[in-house]
Design a protein around this ligand. Structure first.
Ligand code: NAI
Length: 320
């Protein structure tokens, strides 16, 4: 297949790019004509320490292959400095890949405020600061691409990761709103939940599994989503080991109780099977707060006189 998805003239900022997924993203963009800002604080996987070495090695590799790259060693908490590096070195910024991350795994019972805050700080505040600094530039040039990096832990929960899973799902909401606000200025934001062998996963996944989970199998989705011709916006993907799939919400048809009568927990109990039934042909996939409100608003007319018995979404009739 021809490698015609090029990024010539584009400037890409990749945070946490000294290793793992960020390194893979950086090398790929560098090989497809983009100028890359390789950001990495160079600390440990728990966020301790700092070093310029990790970012420098990736920059050297991009340059050795004939690409253009500069290093930045700031924390994502200083997102404006990272974007400044891009502006000073290349005069523009087109793509932000919020990838930097750390772990502070511990059961919720033992979690300290510091462990909670540190995770929110790097993942949520960091993504905010870098994107916030790039946003006015994107708006002015009527082009921008943002990739945020969530995790299966955020979508499904994971033992020992209350801090990380909460922060990671925050990035999904962040992405969805950026997608809505950026659309008119051709700024597209998407979020990936990757799985890949890196220092973050090497102690938790078995070696034979790690061998199949190459970061290079995640990067092509990131590159596709960031291309100027890609219109995908506000979407969440799971990606790893060559698998790529899109996620969406699903909600049951539910049950609408009469709005003019007191609602008792016993009534909820009586209708529980219906409230939780995804298989009765009435489930929907709301894609916006407006769509989500439809069922609730349609129940405004459900008085004991009218007694329709259900807050039916307009699009799918009860008989499926
Ligand atoms: P990694 O540990 O190799 O890469 C993370 C990089 O972020 C490191 O190089 C680290 O120095 C850098 N970093 C940490 N704090 C920073 C800060 N404040 N400012 C700048 N850079 C900082 O791990 P990996 O696996 O490549 O992770 C990349 C992203 O993917 C993370 O956001 C992680 O949460 C996410 N992720 C990874 C999964 C996997 O299977 N590897 C699974 C789900 C999510």
């Amino acid at each position: 297949m021809a490698d015609n998805l090029r990024f010539d003239g584009r400037v890409v900022v990749v945070t946490g790019a000294g290793g793992g997924l960020g390194k893979s993203h950086s090398l790929f963009f560098g090989s497809r004509g983009a100028s890359v800002v390789v950001n990495d604080l160079g600390g440990s996987h728990t966020g301790d320490g700092a070093s310029s070495r990790a970012a420098d090695l990736v920059v050297d590799e991009i340059r050795a292959a004939g690409g253009k790259a500069v290093a930045n060693y700031d924390s994502v908490l200083d997102g404006d400095k990272i974007i400044d590096t891009a502006m000073k070195a290349f005069g523009r910024v087109d793509i932000v890949i919020n990838n930097a991350g750390i772990l502070k795994d511990v059961s919720f019972a033992r979690m300290t405020d510091q462990q909670w805050d540190a995770i929110f700080s790097v993942h949520v505040h960091g993504a905010y600061k870098v994107t916030k600094a790039a946003w006015p530039i994107f708006r002015k040039q009527k082009f921008g691409r943002v990739i945020n990096t969530t995790s299966a832990a955020g979508i499904y929960g994971n033992f020992g990761q209350a801090n990380y899973s909460a922060a990671k799902l925050a990035l999904v909401g962040f992405t969805r709103t950026l997608a809505l606000e950026g659309k008119k200025d051709n700024i597209h934001s998407n979020v990936i939940a990757p799985i890949a062998a890196s220092r973050m996963t090497e102690t938790v996944l078995p070696p034979d599994m790690l061998a199949s989970l190459k970061p290079e199998m995640v990067t092509p989705l990131v590159a596709y989503l960031c291309h100027e011709e890609t219109t995908e916006n506000g979407s969440l993907f799971e990606v790893g080991a060559g698998y790529v799939g899109k996620l969406r919400w699903e909600r049951t048809g539910g049950h609408g109780f009469p709005i003019d009568q007191k609602l008792l927990p016993e009534q909820i109990s009586e209708k529980w099977d219906k409230i939780t039934d995804f298989e009765d042909g009435r489930a929907t996939h709301p894609d916006s707060t407006a769509e989500s409100m439809e069922s609730i608003i349609s129940n405004f007319e459900n008085t004991s006189k009218a007694d329709t018995g259900a807050a039916r979404p307009k699009v799918i009739p009860e008989d499926g």
